[in-house]
Design a binder for this molecule. Structure first.
Ligand code: GRG
Length: 308
C-alpha cells in the first residue's frame, strides 16, 4: 500500500538522487579528471548509471534532521554522500567481475567489465575507492578536521572490516549448508555496514563530543545495521521473485551460485516478515533521538517497499 508519506518520500529520494547525480557530474567535470579519459570514462560510467542513491539520501537525511540549522555544512554533506556512493558503486563493479559474482548486467546496463574490460573495471574500482576519501579530505571546506578524520575513519573501517570480509565469507560459504547465524554475519558485513556508515557519517559531519552525541551515534548505528540487514533480505527475496528487467541485474543468481540466503532457508514470505520486523525494530532504536523530520524513518520504509 502506498501511503501519503510514502509518496512524499519517493519525491524526497528523487530530489536527493538528482542532487547527488549533479554533484558527482560537476565533480567529474573538474580539471583533475580530464587526463587519462580511459580511466575516468569507466569511473563515470559506473557512478552515473542510475543508482537509487539510497545511501546518499540516508546520509543527507540524517544530517538534515539532526542539524537543521547548519546550512553552511550542506555542500560538504553532499561530498560525504557522494563519497559513500563512490564506495558503493565500486563495490558493485568488483562484485560483478568474473572472479566474483560474474554478472554482465548492472543497473540495467552492461556491467563495467563488459562495457570496458576486466582490467579497466578493476582499476576504475580502485580509483573510486581512494577517490572517496580524497574528496572528503580535499573538498570538504567547512567540516572541522576532527570530524573529517572521524568520517574517513568510519568509511575505511567499514570497507576494511565490513565489505571486504563480508565478500570473502559470501564467496567461501557458497555451496555450503549455512545457518541463519552465518547468513546474518555476511549480511551485516557485506551490506548493512555501508548503510550504517552512510547514516553515521551524516551524524559525524557536525558532531560535537559529548556522552549524548556518542549515544546518538550508537543508536543511529543500531538503526543502520537493522535496516541494512532488512535491505539485503529484500534484495535476496527480489532475486527470486522479480525479473532481470525490473532488477537491472540478472535475477535468479543466488540459486545458480548456490548462495545461502534468508529466502532459501526460511522461504520468501517469512523472509519478508523478518525484513518488515527489522524496520520496525530499527525505528524503535532511534525513537528517542530528537530529529527535525521523519524522513529517515520513511526512507527506511522504502527498503521493504522497493521493486529493485
Ligand atoms: C574492492 C577488494 C574490494 C572488495 C569489494 C565486492 C565487495 C568488496 C563487496 C560486495 C558488496 C556488495 C556488492 C554487497 C551487495 C549490496 C547490495 C544489495 C547492493 C545493491 O544496492 P542498491 O540496490 O544498488 O542500493 P543501486 O544500484 O540502487 O545503487
Amino acid at each position: 500500500m502506498i501511503t501519503k508519506s510514502n509518496i512524499d518520500i519517493q519525491e524526497y529520494l528523487k530530489e536527493k538522487k538528482i542532487l547527488i547525480d549533479e554533484h558527482l557530474s560537476t565533480l567529474f567535470n573538474s580539471e583533475e579528471f580530464q587526463s587519462t579519459p580511459a580511466l575516468w570514462e569507466a569511473v563515470k560510467y559506473s557512478t552515473l548509471n542510475g543508482g537509487k542513491r539510497l545511501r546518499a539520501a540516508m546520509c543527507i537525511s540524517t544530517f538534515e534532521s539532526l542539524y537543521p540549522n547548519k546550512k553552511e555544512l550542506l555542500k560538504d554533506c553532499l561530498y560525504v554522500a557522494s563519497a559513500i556512493e563512490l564506495i558503493h558503486s565500486m563495490s558493485l563493479i568488483h562484485d560483478d567481475l568474473p572472479c566474483m559474482d560474474n554478472d554482465d548486467l548492472r543497473r540495467g546496463k552492461p556491467s563495467c567489465h563488459k562495457a570496458f574490460s576486466e582490467e579497466k573495471a578493476l582499476l576504475a574500482g580502485d580509483a573510486m575507492l581512494t577517490l572517496a576519501t580524497y574528496i572528503i579530505t580535499e573538498k570538504c571546506k567547512n567540516i572541522i578536521p576532527e570530524n573529517k578524520c572521524k568520517i574517513v575513519n568510519e568509511i575505511s573501517k567499514t570497507f576494511t572490516f565490513g565489505l571486504v570480509p563480508g565478500q570473502v565469507l559470501d564467496i567461501d560459504l557458497a555451496g555450503k549448508n549455512n545457518d541463519l547465524e552465518k547468513i546474518d554475519t555476511i549480511y551485516k558485513l557485506k551490506t548493512a555496514s555501508l548503510i550504517k556508515s552512510s547514516i553515521v557519517c551524516g551524524a559525524l559531519i557536525a558532531f560535537e563530543e559529548s556522552p549524548k552525541s556518542n549515544e546518538i551515534i550508537s543508536k543511529l548505528s543500531n538503526f543502520g545495521y537493522k535496516i541494512g540487514k532488512s535491505f539485503q533480505i529484500i534484495d535476496d527475496v527480489l532475486d527470486i521473485t522479480s525479473d532481470t528487467k525490473t532488477l537491472g541485474k540478472t535475477a535468479g543468481k543466488d540459486i545458480e551460485q548456490e548462495k545461502t540466503t534468508y529466502p532459501n532457508v526460511i522461504g520468501v514470505e517469512k523472509s519478508k516478515k523478518v525484513a518488515i520486523e527489522l524496520i520496525s525494530e530499527a525505528k524503535d532504536e532511534i525513537k528517542s533521538i530528537n530529529l527535525s523530520s521523519d524522513n529517515l524513518l520513511f526512507l527506511s520504509d522504502l527498503i521493504v517497499n522497493r521493486i529493485n
